[in-house]
Write a protein that binds this ligand. Structure first.
Ligand code: GLY
Length: 252
């Protein structure tokens, strides 16, 4: 995995609780979400990341989930096109920030693609086909990535919000994920998350560290055996809004 040096994050807004949620875990606390977001930023800094912090954009209750707005490689930032009408437009301020840092490409209308559906495994990008990412959006991304020497593989995803809600690549041929997505890890090592611990499939490898969500002991006991430097974060308030560790940053 190449060394990561920067992250873009956006603080949750006061209307964070008005975002899209299917979790049935109740309303999040805005104050606690701010604290958890601050802890997340600190964790990235511990991993030698220069964190660019955008202030909340109150037009978009889900705006802290910046991962969905771009796919970023060493060479390029591909600005996406979120599918839900309440999220379409979040990408514009990311475009503004990214334009100062990277060459830009874009997913164009009317197609949709969200970064949560993109799982990078070395030089290949798995693209989840979900309610948020359509085949035509995935084709656009594959074509753009091929200009920069990357390949792409489409993966139909059922019953999961985003592809990365269900699987993470930890590096070194190690994955963690739900059984439905085991095909991606074929021939590699995959920690299968147990029933009730599905949320722990969303982990975030940052340089030598692995950030994992707190409160999933069965997954944790398997993850520690892999020998990574583990940072555990309480993600309770973001989980209530269907967000995970990867959702909160654009890392590059
Ligand atoms: N609440 C995050 C999403 O649905 O995109």
């Amino acid at each position: 995995m190449s060394k990561l040096t920067k992250a873009i994050v956006r603080k949750p807004g006061k209307n964070f609780a008005d975002g899209i949620s299917t979790s049935n875990l109740g309303k999040p606390s805005f104050e606690l979400a701010l604290d958890q977001h601050a802890a997340y930023r600190e964790a990235l800094k511990q991993c030698y990341i220069d964190v660019i912090v955008l202030e909340a954009d109150e037009r978009y209750p889900d705006g802290c989930f910046v991962e969905d707005t771009a796919v970023v490689t060493n060479e390029v930032a591909i600005i996406t096109r979120p599918a839900d009408p309440s999220r379409l437009g979040e990408e514009e301020s990311i475009l503004e920030t990214m334009s100062k840092l990277k060459k830009i490409e874009r997913i164009t209308a009317p197609e949709n693609l969200e970064g949560g559906d993109i799982l990078r495994v070395e030089k290949n990008f798995y693209i989840g086909i979900t309610k948020r990412t359509n085949v035509e959006g995935a084709n656009q991304l594959a074509q753009l990535l091929s200009k920069y020497g990357y390949t792409a593989t489409q993966v139909p995803v059922k019953d999961i919000l985003h592809l990365k809600t269900g699987i993470a690549y930890l590096g070194d041929n190690n994955f963690i994920g739900v059984d439905e997505l085991r095909g991606i890890a074929q021939g590699k090592n995959m920690i299968k998350v147990e029933q009730g611990e599905e949320y722990s499939a969303n982990c975030l490898r940052v340089n030598d560290s692995l950030i994992i969500p707190k409160g999933f002991p069965k997954s944790k006991s398997q993850i520690v055996r892999l020998g990574y430097n583990i940072i555990e974060l309480d993600m309770s308030e973001f989980r209530k809004m269907d967000g995970g560790l990867t959702c909160l940053s654009l890392l590059f």
